[in-house]
Design a protein around this ligand. Structure first.
Ligand code: ATP
Length: 325
């Protein structure tokens, strides 16, 4: 039996470049793992079945769950490894809010791939696991890499940024509100397709990746991360999807305003900057220290007493998936 910690992610930067021939969007993102995490327990079964238990009512417990899909895909990709033939019981202790823009499902899939590689002694490399993960979802390769990274393509091309600073973060989400990622991107396309840039077609994968990397590494956000300048990082927080999610959900727009104001109340509560993560509706505020993050939570609660508002504090982490002792 194996238990894994599957960390959530936030997007410090999300820019939509244009349409890709495969129907997805070409993206430029900076992703960061944070310590708000689900715990995934994997227990080998003698019978060739996949069983799933989860303590969150919104998470499917059938074969559509991303963790179950990860098992099935791994078995398909490694047909000759006898260890894969048995079944597995997966138990998800859900702490990451669902449909929140925090990649909870992707983190669960990543943890399942990582854990089964250990449990079944498959000896797959990180890159091999990421290639399999990319078939399950664009965020899975990042969840396997963890830490801080630039993600390009449809998000599956992950390029780590070494040594990002260890900041704190306040995460806020209305429990009863979820935003569909598909809806957010489709709505963005309907409203902003006229602004899209043509996506450079690769002469080879390597050239395409180099082109993307050169465009990104020169970006001010990446520079700020490399130089550990927290205020510069905050100054360059950016998310194109705010343009469609905030107008459609005034409650989230208001939350962002309150969090921005709450960050500036008193020295102890000084936050660095506030942004919606991914396709939302989670909004986060960065802070230098855990104590400042706690003060910001207190300040937000003074303004919004609605019990539906869930507030969490977390830290930047250097790993996406961790083995629990
Ligand atoms: P992303 O940031 O990658 O867009 P998200 O945080 O917005 O993802 P998830 O929490 O991953 O969204 O869930 C999206 C949907 O996926 C849920 O509504 C749920 O029906 C489905 N789902 C399938 N497997 C899982 C899982 N293991 N955990 C959570 N949701 C899952």
């Amino acid at each position: 039996m194996l238990t894994l910690i599957a960390n959530a992610k936030i997007n410090l930067y999300l820019e939509i470049i244009g349409n890709r021939p495969d129907g997805f969007h070409e993206l430029v993102m900076v992703m960061q793992s944070v310590s708000l995490a689900d715990h995934i327990t994997l227990k080998p079964l003698k019978t060739p079945t996949i069983q799933l238990n989860c303590n969150h009512p919104q998470v499917p417990v059938d074969q559509t769950n991303l963790a179950c899909r990860a098992v099935a895909l791994l078995q398909k990709r490694c047909p000759n490894r006898t260890n894969c033939k048995g079944g597995v019981e997966i138990t998800i202790d859900k702490k990451i809010p669902v449909g929140a823009g925090l990649a909870g499902g992707s983190a669960n899939a990543a943890a399942t791939l990582f854990g089964l590689d250990v449990l079944w002694n498959l000896g797959l490399t990180r890159t091999e696991l990421q290639d399999i993960g990319a078939e399950l979802g664009s965020d899975v390769p990042f969840c396997l890499a963890g830490g801080c990274a630039i993600a390009t393509g449809r998000g599956e091309e992950v390029d780590p940024i070494a040594q990002s600073p260890k900041l704190s973060v306040v995460l806020a989400k209305y429990a009863s509100l979820s935003v569909s990622t598909v809806w957010a991107y489709q709505t963005y396309r309907q409203q902003f397709e006229h602004t899209y840039r043509p996506v450079v077609q690769p002469t080879s994968d390597a050239v395409n990746l180099d082109e993307r990397r050169s465009r990104l590494h020169s970006g001010p956000m990446v520079k700020a991360l490399g130089h550990h300048r927290a205020t510069d990082i905050a100054a360059h927080l950016f998310n194109d999807l705010e343009k469609v999610v905030l107008p459609a959900h005034p409650q989230v727009a208001h939350l962002k305003q309150v969090m921005t104001a709450a960050s500036h109340l008193g020295q102890a509560g000084s936050g660095l900057g506030t942004l919606m993560s991914g396709s939302g509706p989670t909004v986060f505020t960065l802070a230098e220290t855990p104590a400042q993050a706690e003060q910001i939570v207190h300040n937000i609660r003074q303004q919004i007493s609605d019990p539906d508002l869930q507030l969490h504090t977390a830290q930047f982490t250097t790993q996406g998936i961790e083995l629990k002792n």
